[in-house]
Structures are given as structure tokens and as C-alpha cells.
Design a protein around this ligand. Sequence first.
Ligand code: DP6
Length: 329
Amino acid sequence: MVERILADRVREPSRTIGRGQASVNIALCKYWGKRNRELNLPFNSSLSVTLPGMDVETELLPGSGDRDEIELCGPGGTLPDDAADRVSGFLDLFRPRPDFRFRVRTRSSVPPAAGLASSAAAFASLVRALDDLFQWRLGPRELSILARLGSGSACRSMYRGVVIWHAGVRNDGMDSFAEPLNIGWEALRIGVVMISASRKGVGSRPGMDHTVETSPLFACWPETAERDLAAILGALEARDLERLGVAAECNALCMHATMIAARPPLVYWTAQTVTAMRTVWELRRAGCPVYFTIDAGPNLKLLYAAGETAAVRRAFGEIRECAPLAANE
Ligand code: DP6
């Protein structure tokens, strides 16, 4: 696949340093489960919003020695070994020669592996840095396919705003790519309720494989997700917060239901996660329209309109908030 995308592009670095940047994305309709593990091909299409300001920047240089040097600066400290191995494994796809080594310097404003999709932003920014180092000048669709090979959800971090990842049907994965949808929504807010910034127990990758293999509920997930995606897209186009929130919350809970039904069960929530979910439902009962989504970690991402910021902060404290679809983002 990489051969096909890079076809006649040069395979030696064209400059001394390549740079790339990308922001994390939050799925409103989730990707969970692969029909092809090697190519990260999903069973269902998914849809996200990119969170500007929660960024990963990558610098890529030719390295020396007998292994890649991978440095991470930013909150959360050093990159765990398995994450560095994953980056090196991904870079294998692009080495000009088997003994060619890379030096990767990554600066992140998000803690790694806290269910905040920092790996998506990391692989998307790494692909941009590769494109810059080798001066391939690939189009966004090709870049999103390459990022997908690093981490499925990374293909969505190639763009700002609302992004759809088409699942595709082909076995070679050439029709499984992300593209941006031109939807503005000044008032939409996403607030991150950090329950824990520490590394989660089971990564998304083994977590989703385990769910596909053992959960009796997984059979109905792809179809449910495709239906949710249509509802979420319709709600975004209509800027209808209630429809959006209900559909996104339901989609996240359905995904977690498939994991909880796996054997042994896979539960990413902590007691505080459940308490926070209940707080959201209480807020709604009290007339404050706020909704949540949760990824493969304990943290909640809240969806609400700008006018509710004060009420949300009263309930959850000084949460990190962004306006992902505002004109100036
Ligand atoms: C729950 O993209 O991290 O955040 O393709 O194995 O790298 P890999 O998985 P990853 O999974 C993301 C799962 C999710 C939902 C989503 O972002 O759509």
C-alpha cells in the first residue's frame, strides 16, 4: 500500500529536518473493531471533531546508531517502550534502507495514552513530518491513508473541524480514508473532564481485538454505528445539540457495552467516570443540555453550547474547553 501511494516519490530525505503538526480528535461516532488489523481497516465509518490547541508537533531527522531515537517532551513524561516500538514499526514502512535510522522529537500538549487520542495526533503529525522530510507533497487523502496505517483514528487528525472516516470496502484499504466536512458551529463547546491522566490498562488496539473476538454484542455494532453516524451527521448539519448529544452519547455507550460484554470484560470506566456520567444526566434533568462521549479511557468529553459553560464549570470545576467548529479555529 505504501509502495502504491509513494509510487515514483523519492525515498531519500530531501532536507535535514521534517516538521509536522496535528491536533487530537474526538470521535462522536466511534471506530471500534478492525476488519483488517495490519492495515487498520475498520468495520464501520466514524466521525470526529478535531480539538484545536490540543496539539502534537513532530520533528523528524535522519538518525544514527542502531535504533531509532524517539523523544517525547510534554506532559506525561517519556514515551513508554511499547509506544516507541510502535512508532519504529511504523517508520519501517518508510526507511530508504533497512539500516536507515530516524530521530523523532515529539512535543505534545496532551498526556499520552489517557484516552484523549494523543496517539492519533502523534501519527498524523509524524506523517506530515515524513512528507516534509522527503518532500513527497502528497495530497490530504494519501496522507490520511498513511496516518491510518499508524493508528486508525490518526487518519481523522489530518484535518480540522468535522471529519468523516469512510470505512471503505476494498481489501487493499485504498478507499478507507478521512475527509473534512464543511460544518461550522460557533456555539458548540467540548469540555474535557479529566478523571485520570495516567496510562490506561488496555490499549485501544488489543482492546478492540479482544472485543471483536469475544463480545457477543459486537455483531450488531457496525450496523448500529452506521445508523448513529447518519443521525450525528444530520444533527451537526442542523446544529441541533439535543439530537447530536443524544446520538453521540448513545453511540459511546453502545461501544462500551460491546467491551463490557467481552470475555473477560473490558471496562475502561472508574467509579468517578460513572459519577461524572450521573452528574451529566442530573444536569440534563435540571434543564441544562449537556451530553458526553467517552473513548477507551476513563475521561469524559462533554458536548454543550457556549451559554452552558458556567453551569458545566459549577458541576465539574475548571475543565479544559474548546470551540472546535468556531470560525476562528
Ligand atoms: C475509542 O485509533 O487508537 O478512540 O487503530 O489500533 O491505533 P488503533 O486504534 P485507535 O482507536 C481509537 C478508538 C476510540 C474511538 C475513535 O477514536 O473512533
